[in-house]
Unconditional design. Structure first.
Lengths: 275, 313
């Protein structure tokens, strides 16, 4: 009996150690963001939270258009997410529940597009943006990503497995058309799948770095990730301020994740095992 | 769009092909309309630029003057460009330095997490958080702890009496710093994938092994690992696709130059520089095609290794 208990203690000790390693960067970021740069530069370094967080935030706001960047990022992430949820679920519902000429061919094309790396399109895409007049505009981030193959594929699996054909037939008999069936029957029953796709898209869009770096050419009108990178490059020695910026950029994401964590983890791991 | 709701449709999944043959293709317009956003966006922002990239790889273009066909010149130059080979080597080395520890640690944690009964949800959420954190913010964090004079890593070394290292100023230091960050970010995600795979293994197989007198280690290698193979293949392929595209970590930690000895220069950073700093679009297109070839090659290798062994058994 004691041997089992000892093993249990050792097991949790190892798991807690891993947890501390995963959490450490967040804690240390808060330590750096709440102290002065001089405190961080000391040896041995200061290990406790300080009272300079407010000053550091003020400094961040003086050096980059932080709120503007955050607003830009929020606009991009929220609109991309809403568009993806709508377009992907509509296409997925169509693929999952209806027959029409060319369905299989279209689906194979959709799967094939998932293999293509983004760099393959980046150069001409920039030229396209220039022709459309979207260089420097948030549209260049939102529109190309408004529908994606992964989301359609993922939602289609869900609709196939969880919506019975009888339900759709019943809706049709009740006078629901194609779009009505989608809106009143399919969408409400797909909430868990939508939650996963939504947060997946939101996180990806919030953290996107390379394409915004390329296409947002006006340094005063960028996303948070680009602003943070600029802050790091120009004020790299001022650790406490740069880490405060990093902390502020992480907070919204941690909140979104905390709300949807269970559904998100379930969705993210299920696909791997089933496929 | 609301007009659609009043119109009666639709051939459902059950409808026979006989009915279909009689109908005009245009009568399915609602379905094509529903699918159109993805295909229109892909045509404009995916297919068209990719085809242009292929064309561009055989041209010379700075974005301003007229495009000029130069045949295979870009590729000939690429093969002789030492930076390209450095970038290729760095990418593969970084991929191995980060993926191998990530997957081994993840498997270890998953096995432990499976036998834990309490607090499993707390662990799962905490382990996953690194994966949804801002890459740029974390790259800044990791460059700060690896900083030579004021970093936490050197402070730890100093207190142990070990001389401090110039981590971000020397080739191996840069690689260690970058791969540490990648490992930190991906162990938790892969742990949860493996955990889901472990939980899908039927319990009676373990019981049978126990009856046969197999120990924990034997059981792990003869039951757990073989059953987990498809999941391992999935994680290896995902890590490969992600690893070969490493860009944000080195770009933020050591800058566009790739750092000392260009040891943080990855193929995607190399591509980014050629395209958007040097405006050498034809050359960048050739690099992009080689990245695509690299992804296909590595995916095929993974596939062969894991599938091949599966058939032997």
């Amino acid at each position: 009996m004691t041997r089992y208990r000892l093993r249990g203690v050792a097991l949790h000790a190892a798991l807690v150690l891993a947890l501390l390693v995963f959490m450490f960067p967040f804690v240390w970021t808060i330590v750096m963001a709440s102290n002065t740069t001089a405190d961080i530069y000391r040896f041995p370094p200061k290990f406790s939270f300080g009272g300079h967080f407010g000053d550091n935030v003020r400094q961040v706001l003086e050096n980059v258009a932080f709120f503007q960047s955050m607003a830009n990022t929020a606009v991009v992430a929220i609109s991309t997410t809403l568009l993806v949820l709508f377009f992907d679920s509509l296409a997925a519902f169509t693929f999952a529940k209806f027959r029409f000429p060319g369905r299989n061919a279209l689906f194979v094309i959709l799967l094939a597009t998932m293999l293509l790396p983004a760099q393959l399109a980046a150069v001409p895409q920039f030229q396209t943006m220039a022709i459309l007049g979207w260089v420097g505009s948030l549209k260049a981030l939102i529109i190309p990503g408004a529908a994606n193959a992964f989301g359609i594929f993922w939602m289609r699996q869900y609709f196939k497995n969880s919506i019975h054909d009888e339900l759709i037939e019943a809706a049709t008999l009740d006078g629901c058309g194609f779009f009505g069936t989608y809106w009143h029957v399919a969408l409400p029953s797909a909430r868990p799948a939508l939650a996963f796709l939504g947060i997946f898209t939101f996180v990806g869009s919030w953290n996107d770095y390379m394409w915004p770096l390329i296409v947002l050419t006006n340094p005063d009108h960028v996303t948070l990730q680009v602003a943070l990178s600029t802050l790091n490059r120009s004020h790299g020695v001022d650790y406490s301020m740069v880490m405060t910026g990093a902390l502020l950029a992480m907070i919204p994401l941690v909140i979104v994740f905390a709300i949807f964590a269970r559904q998100f983890i379930k969705g993210a791991t299920e696909g791997a095992v089933r496929g | 769009m609301t007009g659609l709701t009043t119109v009666r449709t639709a051939p459902l999944t059950g409808s026979s092909t006989g009915q279909r043959r009689g109908r005009n293709v245009w009568s399915y317009w609602r379905f094509y309309l529903a699918l159109s956003p993805f295909y229109v966006l892909f045509a404009v922002f995916g297919l068209y630029p990719m085809l242009s990239t292929i064309l561009l790889a055989f041209q010379r273009w700075d974005g301003l003057s007229a495009r000029r066909f130069t045949g295979l010149d870009n590729f000939a130059f690429l093969v002789k460009d030492p930076t390209f080979w450095t970038a290729l080597e760095n990418t593969v080395v970084l991929f191995l330095m980060s993926t191998v520890p990530t997957l081994v640690l993840a498997l270890l944690l998953a096995v432990m997490l499976q036998s834990a009964v309490r607090f499993t949800n707390v662990y799962r959420i905490a382990y996953f958080i690194p994966n949804v954190t801002s890459l740029v913010a974390m790259a800044i964090f990791f460059s700060s702890i690896f900083s030579t004079n004021f970093g936490l890593v050197n402070a730890a070394l100093r207190s142990l009496g070990i001389p401090q290292q110039d981590w971000l100023g020397q080739p191996w230091g840069i690689k260690i710093a970058i791969s540490t960050m990648i490992v930190w970010q991906w162990v938790g995600y892969n742990t949860l994938i493996y955990l889901a795979g472990l939980q899908a293994i039927p319990k009676d197989q373990y019981e049978a092994a126990k009856v046969d007198g197999a120990g924990a280690v034997r059981t792990f290698f003869s039951i757990t690992l073989p059953q987990l193979r498809p999941v391992v293949l999935f994680t290896v392929i995902m890590s490969t696709i992600g690893g070969l595209q490493t860009f944000t970590e080195p770009q933020v930690m050591v800058g566009n130059s790739g750092g000392t000895g260009q040891s943080g220069m990855t193929v995607v950073l190399f591509f980014y520089r050629a395209a958007f700093l040097d405006n050498d679009y034809g050359y960048a297109a050739a690099i992009a095609l080689s990245i695509f070839a690299l992804v296909l090659l590595f995916t095929a290798i993974n596939w062969r290794i894991f599938r091949g062994r599966g058939e032997d058994r």
